[in-house]
Design a protein around this ligand. Structure first.
Ligand SMILES: [Zn+2]
Length: 290
């Protein structure tokens, strides 16, 4: 009887050991995507992955450089960092204080994107005309200017929700190779929903641009969430906000449409820090509480 009991305990012990080992591995993996406190100088939250958005906190007197690029730090010590689709896996962040300097390695996990090869397609017959090219250039300049507007606000601290309920038909980072020619990767999320479905603001924002008729994006909106963070809504049927308007998370901003270059009603949703596009799905998954 004692022998059986001892054996049972031994087995149980082994089970516990394995269980704790798994727990340890689980938490170590979890650490990749949770808040990281690098020192009393630097704390970073968010997705430590390609396409991730990082929210940093430091002393407001410190200067921050991400891979040698200067990052704006506001009066409360807040800053945001965008990790590009193909960003390298080891990045450097330099914190420069009045007295002290610190360099930290920021490790990023690699993402796998869907690459779709389609061969044997007839040569592209739809080449934009000279007039259209002129128009495209003009529109993309306006969009680029709007994406680069700097607003010293932290509207994004209200958090992010889905702007629309629908089926995700296009993911961030996916790329098509047509007849061996790599196309520009998709830098947004395509969310299919029926015509006229309400689109809500995912976070507090100021409306920085509305355009009624663009060649590629049709009717579109750009929202500014502060410190360089902006979001773009394309192919809309109707726009319900005006440029310069301040809006709250959950406010109605538009209706789903199929305007511009679109094959059916859907919302093309993009989030950028200035020009660098991040993955909205990752942001919704890993966003910190402010
Ligand atoms: Zn799209």
């Amino acid at each position: 009887m004692m022998e059986v009991l001892k054996q049972f305990q031994k087995k149980n012990n082994n089970f516990l050991k394995v269980f704790f080992l798994f727990l340890l591995i689980f938490f170590c993996t979890l650490q990749i995507s949770l808040a990281k406190i690098f020192s009393d100088f630097l704390e970073i939250n968010g997705s430590f992955a390609q396409g991730g958005l990082l929210f940093g906190k430091t002393n407001s007197k410190n200067k921050v450089f991400f891979n040698n690029k200067k990052i704006f730090v506001n009066d409360s010590g807040d800053f945001v960092l965008a990790i590009g689709r193909d960003e390298k896996l080891e990045n450097l962040i330099l914190i420069e204080g009045p007295k002290k300097k610190e360099t930290h390695k920021i490790k990023i996990s690699k993402r796998k994107y869907k690459i779709q090869r389609i061969d044997g397609l007839p040569k592209n017959k739809v080449t934009p005309s000279k007039e259209e090219l002129k128009r495209i250039k003009k529109e993309s300049k306006k969009i680029s200017i709007s994406k680069n507007i700097f607003l010293n606000e932290t509207f994004y601290k209200s958090g992010f929700i889905w702007p629309v309920k629908g089926i995700i038909t296009g993911k961030y980072g996916n790329q098509r190779i047509l007849n061996g020619q790599p196309r520009r990767p998709h830098y947004g999320l395509d969310i299919a929903a029926s015509l006229g479905t309400k689109v809500f603001s995912p976070s507090d924002a100021e409306v920085s641009l509305t355009m009624e008729d663009t060649f590629f994006n049709g009717k579109m909106i750009i929202l500014n969430h502060g410190l360089g963070l902006n979001s773009i809504y394309s192919h809309l049927k109707t726009i319900h906000v005006n440029e310069g308007e301040k809006i709250k998370k959950g406010d109605l901003i538009a209706e789903v449409g199929s305007t511009g270059r679109s094959t059916g009603p859907h919302l093309d949703w993009r989030i950028n820090v200035f020009n660098v596009a991040i993955d909205p799905e990752l942001l919704l998954l890993d966003q910190p509480e402010f």
